[in-house]
Each structure stands twice: as structure tokens, then as C-alpha cells.
Design a protein around this ligand. Sequence first.
Ligand code: GA4
Length: 346
Amino acid sequence: MVVASTDPIRSAKIRAIDLPIVDLLAERTEVSKFLVKACEEFGFFKVINHGVPKDIITQMEDECFEFFSKPVSEKQRAGPPNPYGYGSKNIGFNGDVGEVEYLLLDINPLSIFQGSNTISNDPSKFSNALSGYVEAVRGLACEILDLMAEGLWVLDTSVFSRFIRDVDSDSLLRLNYYAPLKDRDTSPSSFHHLQHQHHPLPPLCYHHHHPHNNKIGFGEHSDPQILTILRSNDVGGLQISVDDGEWVPVSPDPTAFCVNVGDVLQAMTNGRFLSVRHRAMVNSNKCRMSMAYFGAPPLHASITCPPELIAPTRPQRYRPFTWAEYKKAMYSLRLGDSRLNLFRLH
Ligand code: GA4
């Protein structure tokens, strides 16, 4: 991949549309302008030269793989996900299902170690990997949010990042594991798709051919929080919904982070940035692993948009609300329901 430092936004072909690629080493004002454009047009972009050290990512991914490789009965010790913990197939509390196993992690520094007892045989190794990863992606999220505020000409450039820097931030980390369907083969004949071959294979990870598999791993939804920073292995599956209702696949890139706008950021930008619907499909042959950091406000933070983003031609679109109120709405609805519309003024 050629990196042109003067051109922070470049194009990666993903069949029908080009997903913006933001190079964080490019010139700051250029980066902020392009970030705004990407968020207004797509709500999704990839970030390269993000500064998160490779070993921090690898350590967390190794822990993730180790966990999902365990026997189900052991994984279940870390469940059910209410709201944190291990879950399989059931998503949320209102009957949503998907072909996915996941671990929802409370990343409050005080809870990190506690929670890791049921997740890992070496809880301090797990919690060290987790806190290192979370600290790095939180830093990246803050940097991106500050750049966005600059690009929007908002005077207080920390309006967005302040929430996720707050010690009471309700941010979380989600680890997802999408095993290829129907693959209960006993011969681990082909597993070159796995990045960490030194690990024992998880039970459902064997290579098989199901060319026309379009099972949904995690159904369509928008992310409720401020910003999502997603890292996946080299296996595709993420799709985003574009204007015309078409689903567009996002090509996997383990060296980049895929970033998307959440509902709260759409509200805080008075609807300028889009919280776009997306979903994850199960790959027919390979295991997909992803790690999503969701940057969220503290429960009692009041969510409003800065005055600079309101104009006679763009009146205030959402009423102020707290994150606690928003969470209540999100847990009472189905995964695919639109929550932000409940807070629309007109
Ligand atoms: C979608 C984004 C995050 O993965 C998540 C999900 C959460 C969950 O899995 O518990 C929710 C979903 C997500 C939105 C609506 C509710 C809550 C499942 C669900 C049906 C962790 C989050 O914050 O909201």
C-alpha cells in the first residue's frame, strides 16, 4: 500500500464504493477536513499510521484467540453477558440472535482485573493485555475526535473526546468470534487463514468450502456510542449499508483500524455525521475475529450539540438527553431498531 503523506484520504476499492482511508501522519488540517468529509458521506473510514504499537494489538488478539479456543463449558464460566461477559448466539435481551460468540468487557480500570478471573487462567496476563490495548485505542479515539472537532470549526475541540477521557466513561470492549458454519471437521487440514498458528485450533475453526454462505453473524444495527474503533483479523465479514439500501463489504485490513460514527456523535454533530448501519457476515471458510472498542459518555453526561453546529438553516435536530436515558432506550429495543429517532425534535 502506497502512503502519500500529503493525501490523507485515499481510496480502497471495496467492490461498489470506496471507503475513505485516513493517514494520521498527514498534515493536521488536511486530516481534519477529510475526517469531516468521511463522516458526513460514509460514517465509516479506515485509519492508517494510527500509532497503536503492533505488539499491543497482537497481545490482545492472542488473549482473544486463547479465550475462544477454550471448551464451551469453560467459556460459559465468563457468562452470561448481563451486560458484560461471554455470550453465544443470543444478542441483547430482546430475542436477537446471530452466529457469533462474544465477550463484552467492562474496561473501567477498577473492573479490568476482577472480570478477568473467569476469562483467563492467567488473569494478570489477560488484564495487562486488555488495559494496554484499551489505553492505546482510547488514545487513538481521542485524537480522532479532537481532529473531527477541529475540522468542524468547533471552538472547544475536546467536546467529543472529553466524554471518553472521563474516569466515569461507560466505554466497553467487545471481542467477537465468528466460526465458519458447519465446520465441525476433525482434521485441521488447512488453517493458514489464522494469524496465530501457534495456538491450538478452536473447535469450529477448520477449513471447508461453503462458497455461498451468507449467514448473518451480527445483524444490522447502528452503534449507540460516540465512536467505534474496530480491529479484525484478515478475514472479511463487515458490511455497511449505503444510501440505496445496498450492503457493501469492507475489505479486511489487519494493519488498519476501521472507525465509525456512533449515534451519540450523530446527535452531537446535529446530524452532520452519520451513524451508519452495518452488520457482520460469517465467512464460509475462515474464522473471523474482531475487537471493537466503543467510546461512550459517562452515564449522567448530558448529550447536546455545540452551538456552532446549529444555524437557522440547520436547526437543532435532537433534544438533549443523558447516556443513561439512551441506554434504557437501546436495551428496550431490538438490535435493528432505530433509537436515535426517539430523540428527534422534528
Ligand atoms: C450494538 C453495539 C455493541 O456491540 C453493543 C451491543 C449491545 C449488546 O450486544 O449487548 C446491544 C446493541 C449494541 C444495541 C441494542 C441492544 C444492546 C444488543 C441489543 C439488542 C455492546 C452496544 O453497546 O449496543
